[in-house]
Design a protein around this ligand. Structure first.
Ligand code: DAH
Length: 339
């Protein structure tokens, strides 16, 4: 019996395995219920009484050795079962590649943060819209040519189900569902049926702002715009308002900022003018207030809308709009430092 035990001990000490399956096969061979070690235990009852002590101890010893050996074989394989014996586990790990936030998200967050400091809260609306919220409630008459300013994607040939062409649709949804004072910004994706090129895309992003209360004036709008421009593009930034037309505002204006590349001296970016256009704005047309159930004799408001891609281009000089949706990591990596 002791010979059997010693032979088995020598055999176990020399065991080797290179896969998890081999280790498991060894465990079954030696340590399972019908394994060789268990068989010794079964035969123990045949051992004469005077040797029981010595043999019992030897069997226990063998079992502990076998268990240790098999555990150490398993440990040497690593968590996935591969052989790690040739690897240097003290080596410095290679860099973990961190992702970056998308430039449009960075700029959107920055715009939101600026307006939040002025007390604006975020409102959201659906991307699949109806004619009323995108056009009719915003004072676009049925056959008004202004509807052609924005080439619309219609869904299922139904002229009343469409992809919103601007985030101004959220204005009317909020005005319908809440009472002044209203002070909101609406960031979101919009869609237009345009051929994709470096300068146009069939989807892009806007942020809309709306402020409705008693005695809101054009001066409030102008001051808000100036604050925004300086927070976004630096304290030296100048603004200029040019008369414009939008169906939902009266009067309407477009805002330019002094070119942030040349500081207003004139360069190729601003085509020598010293100014670049960044957004549309105006006083909410009384027709829009009334269409949304707000008394236009009691309340006035201002609204503004800007393209996030446009602002991002100005901040980071992205020349081709398509870069924003191609997810080329070489492009996205350039914004790591902007976090
Ligand atoms: N909705 C306009 C567009 O998509 C942008 C805009 C202009 C929004 C003037 C406004 C505004 O709220 O007052 O071109």
């Amino acid at each position: 019996m002791l010979d059997r035990i010693n032979n088995l001990k020598a055999e176990i000490e020399s065991l080797a395995a290179s896969t998890a399956e081999e280790v498991e096969a060894l465990r079954i061979k030696y340590l399972s219920k019908k394994g060789l070690v268990s068989q010794l235990m079964a035969d123990f009852r045949l051992v004469p009484a005077e040797s029981k002590r010595e043999v019992g101890q030897a069997i226990n010893d063998l079992k502990a050795k076998a268990t240790d050996k098999i555990n150490s074989l398993r440990d040497s394989l690593g968590s996935k079962g591969e052989d790690l014996s040739g690897l240097d586990l003290t080596r410095t790990p290679s860099d973990i590649k961190l992702g970056t936030r998308h430039p449009l998200s960075l700029v959107k967050e920055e715009i939101i943060a600026i307006f939040r400091r002025l007390g604006f809260t975020i409102a959201e609306g659906p991307e699949i819209e109806d004619d009323w919220h995108v056009f009719s409630s915003l004072n676009f008459a049925e056959d008004h040519p202004a509807r052609d300013m924005q080439d619309t994607f219609f869904i299922q040939r139904n002229p009343d189900v469409l992809l919103r062409t601007h985030t101004s649709s959220v204005q009317s949804r909020v005005m319908e569902n809440s009472r002044p004072p209203i002070r909101i910004i609406c960031p979101g994706r919009v869609y237009r049926n345009e051929a994709i090129s470096a300068r146009a895309h069939c989807f892009f992003h806007q942020v809309e702002a709306l402020y409705v209360d008693r005695n809101v004036s054009f001066a409030d709008l102008r001051q808000t715009l100036l604050y925004f421009a300086r927070e976004m593009f630096g304290p030296e930034t100048k603004i200029r308002l040019r008369p414009s037309y939008f169906p939902f505002t009266e009067p309407s204006a477009e805002m330019d900022i002094s070119c942030n590349l040349c500081g207003g001296k004139g360069c190729s970016f601003c085509k020598g003018t010293g100014w670049v256009e960044i957004l549309g704005c105006g006083m909410v047309d009384p027709n829009v207030l009334e269409a949304c159930g707000i008394d236009s004799k009691e309340y006035t408001g201002f609204a503004l809308g800007m393209g996030i891609e446009r602002i991002t281009n100005l901040k980071y000089q992205v020349k081709d709009l398509r870069m924003f949706s191609e997810n080329d990591v070489r492009f996205l990596d350039e914004f790591t430092a902007a976090h």
